[in-house]
Design a binder for this molecule. Sequence first.
Ligand code: AMP
Length: 463
Amino acid sequence: MCGIIGVSGIADAARLTYLGLYALQHRGQESAGIVAINRDCNARSHRGMGLVSENFDDTALDRLPGDVAVGHTRYSTTGSTVLANAQPCSVNTRLGTLAIAHNGNLTNAVELKRELVEKGAIFTTSSDTEVLVHLIARSDAETVEGQIRDALEQVEGAYSLVIAAGRTLYAVVDSRGFRPLVLGRLGSGMVIASETCALDLVGASMACELEPGDFVRIDDGRVTELPRLSPRPVSRCVFELVYFARPDSTVFGESVDRVRRELGRELARERPATGDVVFSVPDSSNAMALGFSEVSGIKLEHGLIRNHYVGRTFINPTQNHRVEKVKIKFNPVRDVIHGKSCVVVDDSLVRGNTSRSLVRMIRAAGAREVHLRLASPPITGPCHYGIDTPTREELIAASHSIEEIREFLGVDSLGYLSLDGMLRAAGSHTGFCHACFSGQYPTPVPEDLVQLRHASPLIATPA
Ligand code: AMP
């Protein structure tokens, strides 16, 4: 998953992009980058591993002059965690300089890459985005716009893109609309961002959310709507609302906070629990615990405190490291928990490791009973569209019954929200991708996609 941003027609665009990237840090913490383009069409780039704050200082930003910029925060789902894969991806092509920031995953990238390599293409990264770059650069179309359209017609899967071609910005969302992208106005300039919280931070007012298939061009802050991509059935990622997006954002026309509270209310109605206190696993499920408390009448408390200086646990590749990080990340509030029957609300259960450690921690703090309630259904399949879910083998709900999971976690009771309940809270029964919960993938997915990606990196992985 990633956060992307584009700025056009605003002086010192790199500084604004840098600010915006701060608001999108939750969408990716592995690398951060900015490409800025000045009036003479010179593009300069700065990318590095780690957080936005670790990569940019005044000196770095001074080296990125211009009133057009593209920024990216990366959270790898495919491709390894190396600088070569950091974005924006910038290249020189027949029609000029391109800088691309991509959020999403292409489901036919491996296939396309193979074909391109056979035709002589050289790849320097293992990310899907480079496939797009090649397709754009190789298109015979006479305009960049035409080249981008040509390339997009060949790819399948999820993409929200911001592309700088010279001083022109393009923003496009795939026809199924998996990932969000919003357009904001700031003075006479425009800002494009993955989430509205980035517009808020830079002081831009929301102009519109790009709809599935929308394709726009922005020149010096002026927006031109281009012909839309061929329509497909809409499948917005429901997990953006459940977990990924920030609660202060509006995503797919919905307030994320409102949806999360409603998920909590639905959960309390569907899977009631009796307890002395209810608390969230902060921060992603805070609003859900609020909703649960409202409907159940159980007092809302802060039972766990999160250390905000630790990154998301999923970034750690090995099981051992993950477990250690969980301990650094959360600490129980003993006074709240001791002697109580606790209802713990979390947004989702993936491998079960974090929750198992948390339950142990809560019991060690003196809980009499622990009742875990999850504000989404069992995750039974990997995401092929940009969320970092592990392989099916690692997903606890793919191979265990609810009773087996309850036992593994060590809780007194366990309740998941139903698919229907989740979709009701999200505001509709149609138009969402819920493949990770339901197994209904909205695009063709090669059966062995996960293995294919690992078997065909097509470049050596740096040591
Ligand atoms: P676990 O108990 O190991 O299954 O981890 C569950 C926790 O991971 C929940 O608190 C979720 O908020 C969080 N989570 C869910 N999906 C992701 C993801 N794609 N990346 C990072 N954390 C996630």
